[in-house]
Every structure is written in structure tokens, then in C-alpha cells.
Design a protein. Structure first.
Lengths: 276, 340, 313
């Protein structure tokens, strides 16, 4: 089919200015993630002598209590947080849509069971769910990925299910069935591309939310732990420095979270149709 | 209407059962060795075995579930490993603090959300509308722990507008007699406006932080729904017969936008419960969120389990209340007839 | 009550088309008169009504001419609408959705009455009852207590007419008031309109494409095509002896006696002269310029066509 996925989301849609800004920011972050390590000083290198320095010519964003350069540590964290955002979004979207496809297409008891499960999962805020899952699974990046992903699964299951319920009555599905296609084939080859639109939009937003949840967990001291450079970890480490007026250790990484999540948000809002 | 109520109640009940089940599954079944997990990294084998005995972790799973279920049904959510106290009792004791915070947070969020959203819709396309949208995006993209930290830094350390974030009332003060559990109200009821004022300034900063973040989705939804309802035909009718714009905005625009707005408020409440853990730990607020935070740090799985169950129940109840409120808001739901 | 609507040389421009969608339209309506404004879809009938109401959608604006009610100018180029509800109101095409679904009918009708007649609550309630009875609704008390979704389409349209009457307007513009309704109900609504005009003495502009209804109800007829007023005059004069090729085409299509030479196309908005030129079987070189309005019969029977022969009235 020559119709692209993009056409299914917003046919003939031109990217708005705000979304463009968002995309540029994401591109810059990706760039930082890739080359940052090469250009900046080592983020893990401690240097007791130059601890807690305010921003200066040597250290553009100052140093933390171990003498680590805040700028390079923040940039190193881009890799971790962006990774989490993108992976969680992709994972929850893929798994969630497949489950939703199953529920909507097969119907009956399977649908009922899946819907009940989704209802139960949605009885918890995604962050609370992530907390207890990480508490139970243990602190590590993969566990954080799993915990946060599970928190967002229900959105995709519901979205896809609704789309499938609507689409499966359409003629092209009937035609595919008449021609003799197996059910799995119909579901995956024919239905899926047509129902995936809203999920893609949701995925951009989830990328941002995943970063918020993961860094929130890190701030509470679970999931991702120091010395791994991650924005939430950095804010937690710098939280006490604020008392003595040393704002850069916690404010800088937190500001980065805002920038990154906002970028995803702008793109997602635009895809969703909210013009600026 | 009765059918609608009945269906919702049954649905809620099933979800509650699911919540109880899932929590057991997560806490007892998933972890490889939950005793070792609870004991922490520094425990020796005898300590771990003591935990196993105490929590019946050696028993077959179905028996563990039976014990768990019979306790939960009676409202007993277990014993906290950290304090040796009943989780239920401790949670209930802390609930008023969290509720008060939630109330003020939601109040700030609602006021801010409605003012911004309504004005954005009424002044759609103007510079103010752009400002509203930017604020909304920032509010939904900001990490609440960072915002709280920033608020403490600016408004406490720098400007001294608010007192130190340590508790619900200043250390030197005595709490008022408990009537509602909400200190600001209880202080007023006890005729002590000074105390009420102090309690209010303690709750202000965390509530404002919470409120700003929660205001974002409310602003968006109010703005979108009001714009939507202002574009409807009945607004055209009202304009054609000379009803002034301000009346139209509230009576026709806002009123008919309430359904999705109320839904959003419910969702926002959900964020709040999650955000509470962070806010309460940051501001040392003695609520259930702080309890959860302490439980996390101590690997106190039973306390966490109780917390999660309570949250789940609160959430289900809230959604039920929202569904019931639809009956009040939309006469089409109440009276049946043609679908909205 | 003296009622009069005067539209002189009204021109409305569309931003998206970069063309006038109404060009030099002029007509007037006397008190107690019903004028039928006819034309195919897209001819500009609804835009005319909206221009009078000062409720043109975004992207449209008045660029020439003016509208007056009772001698007072309410709409003109470059100035915001000065229309009040007492000048003109409109009954819209689709009654469904025309009323606030979360408010009882009574409350909505009463707020219009209180706004426009300055009545106290109790008096407004009585006035509302009286209005509903006037538009032929029995069980008025029950209707006042109902919500919009509980009424049928025909009933709702009656309520909308009552709402318009509550404004005591000099002019009521009825924009295809029966198109969304059943045929049986249509007749009732038309009867109601006639009765209202007779009782009230207001002027009514009936925007419609239903020619038989026009024949039955209207005193005068104005024929619009692509924003240009083609012909206007007494109803029976225009309908029995149409002078404009387009009017003839319209009538023929109703009676199904068509001229095969007439091409059935959509409007060509780029035409600077007569807007019917691309379809007219009698088209001329002279049609490249805007045709004058030529009087062709008694009592203001006017035709915009270069072929029309002026007759001394």
C-alpha cells in the first residue's frame, strides 16, 4: 500500500511550528547523546579539590559535591533518560497494541478478560504501579523499563481495542476473510496498520511520561541509583545542596527533564491535532 | 438510571477484587525471594528465616492467599516490618494529612485550571491564549520533584514567604482537637484562626506545587471543551437572540463542557495520588505518601502492599463517584432517551 | 408594529475564495410580508441571512452596501454589527442541537423573554406559556419542564419559532426551517409561519429551495444565484411568468420540463459579469459586464439580465 502511516494519523498534515521546535530539541538531544561523551570531560571522574564550584569558564554548569562536572554528567544522563523514554514508549505501544488487537478482534471471553485486567491496572496511577513493581523486582535499569512500561500498557490496549472494534466491521476486513486469509493474518497484515495511528500519537506522549516516572523513581531512591548518571538521580543528589544556596547541582538536571519532556509533548500534541 | 448505577457498582466491585488479587500477585508471587528482599542486603540467613516465619512465606501459595484474603476483607493490611505496627492503623492515621493536601492541591489546580482554560477559550487566538497553552505544556512536562525543590529554594530560602517544610504545623504549636482531621478546618472550628493561618502557610507550598502540575491537564481540558461547546448550534441560537457573551460563556459554554472536565478532574486526582509520594517526602508531610516513601526505603513490602491497596480502592471509589456525578450533570444520562 | 427590512447593494466577500459570495444584492421586505429567498445550494441565501444578523462566519465580511431595519442601519462594510434582537432574529435549519441540552426549555425561553422584554420571573413564565400556545404546542406546561432531547423535531422547531417571537423582532429570517423535518410536519410549520406573520405584522425572509412552498406562502420572491440577485418580484408574477433564464431553469427543473441546452454546472466564481453566464443558453458578449437591474413589471418586478426589456411601470 502506498498510503503511509503518517497519512493515517493526519492525512495531508503539515507539521506545526511548535512541533517543529519539539523535533529540533529531540534531534539535539539525540546528538548530545551520541557525541557528548566525546567532547566533554568524563562525567564520572571525581575531583575532590574542585567540589561544589558554581558555574564558571572551566565548568559551564559548575561541579557537584564529588567534583564531577555537572554539564557532562547532565549530558551523559541524556543517553539514559532518552533511552528509557523511547524504549518504554515502543515497548508499551507494541505489547499494548497487540493485546488490544487480540481483545478487539477475537472478542468474547478473551475480550472480557483482557478488559477486566486493564480496568484493574488502571485502578492504580502508573507511578504507584511502577513503585511497587520496582520495589519487588529490584533496582536496575531493565527493571525500571519493565515497571514503567507496565504502567502505560493499559492506554495502548484500550486505544487499539476501540479502533479494532470499529474497523473490523469494515468491508476490507470482510473481503480479506472471504478471500481465505487466516484470522491472524487479517489481524496483523490488514487491521493493524489501520488501527495503529492513535497509538503512535500516544507513544510520543508516553515517551515524555516515562522519563517523568523513571526520574521520579530515581528521586525517591529506587530503580536507577547513583552513580549512574540520570536526571532524577542528579536532582536527588543535589537536593540538599540547595540549602546552602548551591542550586546548579539539582536545578540543571531538572530543567533538562522539562526540556526533554516538553519536546515530546509538543510533537505529540501536534500529531493529536492541537494546533498552536 | 438504575441500570446505569447497577452496572457501575458491579464493575467497581469486580475491579476491587482484581486490585486485591493483583497486589497479592505482585508482592508475593513475583519476587524471587521476598524474604531476602524484605530483609535487605545486609541481613544474615537467620534474620531472613525469621522473616519467612513471621510472614508465612514458607507456606504454600494458596494458603498464603487465603490468609491474605481473609485479612484484607476484614481491613487488615498486614504488619509493618519497619514499625511493627498495623499497616491499616498507620495508614488511617496518616490519611487526613494526605486528604488535606489533596484538597488544597486540587482546589488550587481547579481555580488555576478554570481561570486559565476559560479565559483561553473566551480569548481564543489572542496572545493570552498562547500564554495559557504554554503554561499548560510546561505544567504537564515538569518533574514535580524538581518543581517542589525549586519552590522551596525560591519561596522559602530566598524569599522567606513560607515557613520551613517540616510538618503540618510549626514545631512549637499544639494541634487543635480533631474534628475533621483537616488541621486548617479544625483550627478554625476550635476558634483559633492564628493556628489555622499557620497550618495554612505550612500546607501552601506543597499544595501550590501540586496544584500547578495538576492544573495543566485541567486547563487543557477546560479550554478544549469550552471551545468545543461554544462552537455548537445552541450557542449560535443564544447569540442570535441577544444573550450577552458572558452569560453564554458560563451557561452554555462551560455547563455543557462539564462532562469531559469532570472526567479529567478524576484523572488528575489519580496523578495526585502518585505525586503525593514525591511531594510528601520532599516537604516532610506526614501523610500516606510519606509512609510509602519510608516503606520503600526499608523494603517494607507489607506496608507498601497496604498502601497500594488503599490507593487502588480510593481510585475505584473516585471513578465511581465521577460516573455517578454524570447523572447530575447530564440530564440525557439521567432520563434516558436519545443518546448524547 | 412597523416592520421593514432593507438590503441595499450588499456585497460579502469570502477570504478563502477571494471573491464576493454576495454581490450587489438589493431587496426589501414590507411589514406583514413574507419574502421567499430561493436558489440552489451555495447561492448565498444563508450568507444573506447571516449578514443581516451580523453573524457571518470567520473568513467572510461585508465589503459593500448596507442593511437597515426600520430605517436604522444595522450592518455595513467595515463596522461591527449593530443588530439587536428586536431588529432581527433567525430560525435555523436544524432544530436538533439548536437548544442547550442541559437546560430545560422553560429556562431557555424565559431567559430570552427576560432579556428582551425585561419581564419579572413570574411574568416571563406566563409569557412563555402563552408563546408556546401561540405556536401550536399543546401541553405547554409540560414542554417548558422538558429537556430538548425529549422533544420531536417538529416540536423543537415550533419552540425555536417561539424563541424568535420572544424577541419581538421586526424581521424574522427563517433559514430552510423545514428541510430537516418530515413532510407532514413541514406543512404545519409553514402554516404556523403564515399565521405568525398575520398576527404579528413582522417581516419574514423565508430562505428555501422549495419552490412549491414559496408559491404557497410567499408574497414576494427573490431568486439568487452565485451571490447575484437574478430576479425579484411578486410571487405569482415571478413564478408564472419568469423573466430571467435562471428562474425559468429553476421552475423547469421543478416541473421536470427541462431545456436540454442548459448545462447543469456549479457556480463559476471567477465570472466578473453575469454570474449565470457559463450556464445560460442565451449568453451574449454583453454578459461579460454586470447586468443592471431592469424593472420589467408592476410592483417592483426587477430582473438582472441584459436581455430584459424595460417596461414602464
Amino acid at each position: 500500500m502506498s498510503v503511509t502511516i503518517r497519512d493515517r494519523i493526519r492525512p495531508g498534515h503539515r507539521v506545526g511550528t511548535m512541533a517543529l521546535i519539539g523535533l529540533v530539541i529531540i534531534a539535539l538531544l539525540l546528538l548530545l547523546a551520541m557525541i557528548g561523551g566525546m567532547v566533554l570531560p568524563d562525567p564520572l571522574r571525581t575531583h575532590a579539590g574542585s567540589a561544589m564550584q558554581p558555574p564558571s569558564a572551566d565548568h559551564w554548569l559548575g561541579t557537584d559535591r564529588y567534583g564531577r562536572d555537572v554539564l557532562s554528567r547532565t549530558v551523559a544522563a541524556v543517553r539514559v533518560d532518552l533511552f528509557i523514554g523511547v524504549v518504554v514508549a515502543l515497548l508499551s505501544m507494541t505489547v499494548g497494541s497487540l493485546i488490544g488487537l487480540l481483545a478487539g478482534y477475537v472478542g468474547g471471553v478473551v475480550d472480557e478478560a483482557i478488559t477486566r485486567c486493564v480496568d484493574v491496572l488502571m485502578a492504580f496511577p502508573s507511578f504507584v504501579l511502577a513503585i511497587i513493581l520496582v520495589a519487588v523486582l529490584g533496582d536496575s535499569v531493565p527493571n525500571v523499563l519493565i515497571a514503567v512500561t507496565i504502567g502505560f500498557l493499559p492506554y495502548f490496549v484500550r486505544l487499539t481495542r476501540v479502533e479494532v472494534l470499529r474497523e473490523r466491521e469494515l468491508d476490507y476486513v470482510t473481503a480479506a476473510r472471504v478471500v481465505g486469509n487466516g484470522r491472524a493474518r487479517i489481524a496483523l497484515r490488514h487491521l493493524m496498520p489501520n488501527v495503529v495511528g492513535p497509538s503512535l500519537v500516544q507513544a510520543t506522549l508516553v515517551s515524555g511520561w516515562a522519563i517523568l516516572n523513571a526520574s521520579g523513581l530515581a528521586f525517591l531512591g529506587i530503580g536507577i541509583r547513583p552513580p549512574t548518571p540520570e536526571w532524577g538521580v542528579m536532582v536527588a543528589e543535589g537536593a540538599n545542596d540547595i540549602i546552602t544556596g548551591q542550586w546548579w547541582t539539582s536545578m540543571v538536571p531538572g530543567a533538562m527533564i522539562l526540556v526533554a519532556v516538553m519536546a515530546f509533548h509538543l510533537v505529540g500534541d501536534d500529531l493529536r491535532g492541537k494546533q498552536w | 438510571m438504575v441500570r446505569y448505577l447497577g452496572r457501575r457498582l458491579v464493575s467497581a466491585a469486580v475491579t476491587v477484587a482484581g486490585v486485591v488479587l493483583v497486589v497479592f500477585f505482585v508482592v508475593r508471587v513475583i519476587p524471587g525471594d521476598s524474604a531476602a528482599l524484605r530483609a535487605g542486603p545486609n541481613a544474615d540467613p537467620s534474620q531472613i528465616q525469621a522473616i519467612r516465619d513471621r510472614y508465612g512465606l514458607d507456606d504454600p501459595l494458596w494458603q498464603q492467599f487465603r490468609t491474605y484474603l481473609s485479612k484484607v476483607v476484614q481491613g487488615d493490611f498486614g504488619t509493618s516490618m519497619r514499625t511493627d505496627g498495623s499497616v491499616t492503623t498507620e495508614l488511617l492515621a496518616r490519611l487526613p494529612a494526605s486528604l488535606e493536601l489533596a484538597l488544597y492541591g486540587l482546589a488550587f489546580a481547579a481555580v488555576l485550571g478554570f481561570v486559565l482554560g476559560l479565559s483561553g477559550a473566551a480569548l481564543r487566538g489572542t496572545a493570552w491564549d498562547a500564554v495559557v497553552r504554554v503554561i499548560a505544556v510546561i505544567g504537564s512536562s515538569v518533574a514535580i520533584f524538581w518543581l517542589g525543590l525549586l519552590a522551596i529554594y525560591v519561596f522559602y530560602y530566598r524569599l522567606s514567604w513560607f515557613p520551613a517544610p517540616i510538618d503540618r504545623i510549626p514545631l512549637s504549636a499544639t494541634p487543635p482537637p480533631t474534628v475533621t482531621g483537616l488541621i486548617t478546618f479544625d483550627a478554625l472550628l476550635a476558634g483559633n484562626p492564628v493556628l489555622a493561618g499557620e497550618a495554612f502557610s505550612q500546607i501552601a507550598l506543597p499544595a501550590l506545587t501540586l496544584g500547578f502540575v495538576l492544573a495543566a491537564p485541567i486547563t487543557k481540558m477546560v479550554r478544549t471543551s469550552v471551545i468545543e461547546s461554544l462552537s455548537k448550534d445552541y450557542v449560535r441560537t443564544a447569540r442570535s437572540v441577544g444573550i450577552p457573551f458572558r452569560t453564554i460563556l458560563f451557561k452554555d459554554g462551560l455547563r455543557n463542557a462539564m462532562l469531559p472536565i469532570v472526567t479529567t478532574v478524576g484523572i488528575v486526582f489519580g496523578y495526585m495520588i502518585g505525586g503525593n509520594v514525591i511531594i510528601e517526602s520532599l516537604f516532610s508531610w506526614p501523610g500516606v505518601g510519606q509512609y510509602a516513601y519510608k516503606a520503600i526505603s526499608a523494603h517494607d513490602l507489607d506496608a507498601l502492599q497496604g498502601f497500594v491497596i488503599v490507593i487502588g480502592l480510593l481510585y475505584v471509589t473516585l471513578n465511581l463517584l465521577i460516573d455517578l456525578s454524570y447523572l447530575l450533570i447530564d440530564p440525557r444520562v439521567r432520563l434516558g432517551g436519545r443518546e448524547a | 408594529m412597523v416592520a421593514r427590512l432593507e438590503i441595499r447593494d450588499l456585497t460579502v466577500r469570502s477570504e478563502s475564495r477571494q471573491q464576493p459570495v454576495l454581490r450587489g444584492v438589493s431587496f426589501s421586505v414590507e411589514p406583514g410580508q413574507i419574502l421567499g429567498l430561493v436558489g440552489e445550494s451555495g447561492s448565498g441565501k444563508t450568507i444573506t441571512g447571516l449578514a443581516v444578523m451580523g453573524m457571518l462566519p470567520s473568513g467572510f465580511e461585508i465589503t459593500g452596501g448596507h442593511v437597515s431595519v426600520l430605517g436604522r442601519e444595522i450592518a455595513s462594510a467595515g463596522r461591527p454589527s449593530a443588530r439587536k434582537a428586536a431588529d432581527a432574529t433567525m430560525v435555523f435549519q436544524n432544530p436538533l442541537g439548536a437548544l442547550n441540552p442541559t437546560m430545560r426549555i422553560g429556562k431557555q425561553l424565559i431567559r430570552v423573554l427576560r432579556r428582551n422584554r425585561g419581564l419579572a420571573k413570574h411574568d416571563a413564565h406566563d409569557a412563555a406559556l402563552e408563546l408556546l400556545q401561540r405556536v401550536g404546542i399543546s401541553g405547554a406546561e409540560r414542554v417548558l419542564a422538558s429537556y430538548p432531547h425529549q422533544l420531536s423535531g417538529g416540536m423543537t422547531q415550533r419552540v425555536m419559532i417561539a424563541v424568535a417571537l420572544a424577541c419581538d423582532s421586526a424581521v424574522i429570517i427563517a433559514d430552510e426551517p423545514t428541510t430537516a423535518l418530515d413532510v407532514t410536519v413541514q406543512a404545519q410549520i409553514f402554516d404556523l409561519v403564515t399565521r405568525v406573520v398575520a398576527e404579528n405584522g413582522c417581516s419574514v425572509v423565508l430562505v428555501t429551495h422549495d419552490l412549491p412552498a414559496v408559491a404557497q406562502l410567499c408574497d414576494r420572491v427573490a431568486v439568487l444565484y452565485a451571490g447575484q440577485l437574478m430576479e425579484i418580484g411578486d410571487a405569482h408574477a415571478v413564478l408564472e411568468q419568469p423573466q430571467h433564464p435562471y428562474t425559468r431553469f429553476l421552475l423547469d427543473s421543478v416541473t421536470k420540463a427541462g431545456d436540454p441546452n442548459v448545462v447543469d454546472l456549479g457556480p463559476d466564481w471567477s465570472l466578473t459579469g453575469c454570474r449565470y453566464a457559463h450556464r445560460c443558453p442565451l449568453v451574449h458578449d454583453a454578459c461579460l459586464s454586470v447586468p443592471d437591474a431592469v424593472p420589467v413589471g408592476p410592483r417592483g418586478h426587477v430582473v438582472s439580465c441584459v436581455l430584459a426589456e424595460a417596461r414602464v411601470v
